[in-house]
Write a protein that binds this ligand. Sequence first.
Ligand SMILES: C[C@H](CCC(=O)NCCS(=O)(=O)O)[C@H]1CC[C@H]2[C@@H]3CC[C@@H]4C[C@H](O)CC[C@]4(C)[C@H]3C[C@H](O)[C@]12C
Length: 325
Amino acid sequence: MCTASNYITDDHYFGRNFDYEISYNERVTITPRNYKFEFRKIDAIESHYAIIGIAAGIDSYPLYYDACNEKGLAIAGLNFAGNAVYKEFDEDMVNVTPFELIPYLLGQAGNVAEARKLLSEINLVNINFADELPLSPLHWMLSDGKEAIVVEPLEEGLKIYDNPVGVLTNNPPFDKQLFYLNNYRNLSNRNPENTFGGDIDLDEYSRGMGGIGLPGDLSSASRFAKVAFTRANSYSDSDEASSVGQFFHILGSVEQQNGCTFIDDPDLYEYTIYTSCYNTNKAILYYRTYHNSQITAVDLNREDLDSSELINYLLINEEQFNFIN
Ligand SMILES: C[C@H](CCC(=O)NCCS(=O)(=O)O)[C@H]1CC[C@H]2[C@@H]3CC[C@@H]4C[C@H](O)CC[C@]4(C)[C@H]3C[C@H](O)[C@]12C
């Protein structure tokens, strides 16, 4: 499972928890403007916006899980098992494979509005990156600080939803997730009045009672409600340190601790392998990993963006203890 969220203070922040039981040697990959993007069914794009993101370390092709471009558009791909439908090649459409979608959109769209235009012509074609890899069933959240959308590949084609809550998890489809949120409309960050009835005297014995009923389990629908509530009530100063810190706390509300979600075959547990946070105005990627609580930062604008070679930084995944004596 995974969770994506945005957060707006003075700048626009976007990122995700990457929850899974195995890792494909994730790394930070920077795609400069003149790296030649090859596509399976459409012409290569020779020059495009520069991109920073987290990608699989299995091939030289930038297999992004989440990324942001120099214009401030960000996107994350999350599992959509059992629901994603990829189609046969369609000669009347722009045929993009699922693993090419992030490069295709971020290379050319400066914001969500421009991405919508590209999406209206895309056929997500059922071509896999490699035989030994799954044709990943995915859906995506895009966000630019003005608006956020969710893209779901369904039987009837690509479905684009406005995303008024700024979060995405996995199943069920997004319209259902939004509907389930109605069940939580009584929740509040303030302690509730006693409206129980029958003149029964009920005590306010604790702080935080306005959130009673908010789920705490790690299922996808529960994480959706939990993170939507946390994000909607988030309060921080607007400087960079406060905003980034708060962003990690929002996604921390739905972190998956190793051991709590058993996956059989292989016998492993799903856990939060990394959390990313993009300041999309500045094109800086901050991340933490399960074994490294320190925040590491990579700044797109500190690289030579006119180059044609990919730049990779392996994720640092060991604790950096800060001894003070
Ligand atoms: C598994 C991940 C989603 C995490 C998640 O949501 N876990 C909940 C599971 S559950 O919902 O609880 O069941 C997804 C997210 C992005 C994916 C990569 C995208 C590029 C590339 C596409 C190729 O086609 C196959 C290999 C490839 C490297 C992909 C591998 C894998 O598929 C990745 C990592």
